[in-house]
Design a protein around this ligand. Structure first.
Ligand SMILES: [Fe+2]
Length: 232
């Protein structure tokens, strides 16, 4: 939830208005346009009223990435910190897997285009659900979930694919390898969170990340079995 800020309708307006004599205000003044911000009027009780949003706001970073806040969850700081680190790796890798699924959903081709186009989109949707669950688990533990794709790219261990289109079996193999990397991390995460007593994170690793990943890997792997289509 965003930090509560003073509304433009409160009496706190003298300082912000003067503070807004900044680049935006100077630029607006030189161009002859109106400065975005509340136009004051009074409601007759000494309160200023305005429906103009406060635009172009900047703020301080409230919590640094890689830190955890104190939450009363019956889990130690060390436990929550370790879980957040494990979950962060899985979150970044899962965001990349989601993106890989969408890329290959779009770039699919050949005789099995239709079924793979649909299957990869279904898997992408399921991975996106996992992204949200993992991110919110990190927030629940007091951490900061990685969200910006450029930050995700710095964290993930999944290799970057070529920008162009690969052959279909190579696309599927790439997805399978990404799945296995996530599963290795999830098994480690499950064991370490269990050892530290973080049952909620353990459950997320086992019931969601591992179960979903294993099932999706099975569906992909069956498309790489070279079976005759007509003659036995
Ligand atoms: Fe689509």
């Amino acid at each position: 939830m965003p930090a509560k800020r003073s509304s433009p309708t409160t009496t706190r307006r003298t300082t912000p208005v003067s503070r807004r004599t900044t680049t935006t205000a100077r630029r607006a003044a030189s161009s002859g346009t109106r400065v975005p911000g509340p136009s004051p009027s009074s409601d007759g009780h000494g309160r200023t009223m305005s429906s103009q949003p406060w635009l172009h706001q900047k703020g301080v970073e409230l919590q640094a990435f890689g830190t955890v806040r104190q939450f009363p969850l019956a889990l130690s700081q060390d436990s929550r910190m370790m879980s957040c680190q494990l979950l962060t790796q899985t979150l970044a890798d899962t965001q990349i897997l989601y993106a890989l699924y969408k890329k290959h959903h779009w770039l699919m081709r050949g005789a099995t285009f239709y079924q793979l186009h649909l299957l990869l989109d279904k898997h992408a949707d399921e991975q996106l659900e996992l992204v949200d669950m993992i991110a919110e688990r990190i927030q629940t533990l007091g951490g900061v979930a990685v969200g910006d794709p450029r930050h995700v790219a710095e964290i993930t261990k999944i290799p970057r694919p070529p920008d162009g289109a690969e052959e279909v079996p190579a696309m599927l193999s790439r997805l399978l390898e990404a799945h296995e990397m996530i599963l290795i991390g999830a098994h480690e995460g499950a064991a370490r969170t269990a050892a530290m007593g973080d049952d909620g994170s353990n459950d997320l690793f086992v019931s969601d990340v591992i179960r979903t990943g294993e099932m999706q890997a099975w569906f992909l792997a069956e498309h790489l079995v070279d079976t005759p289509l007509v003659h036995a």
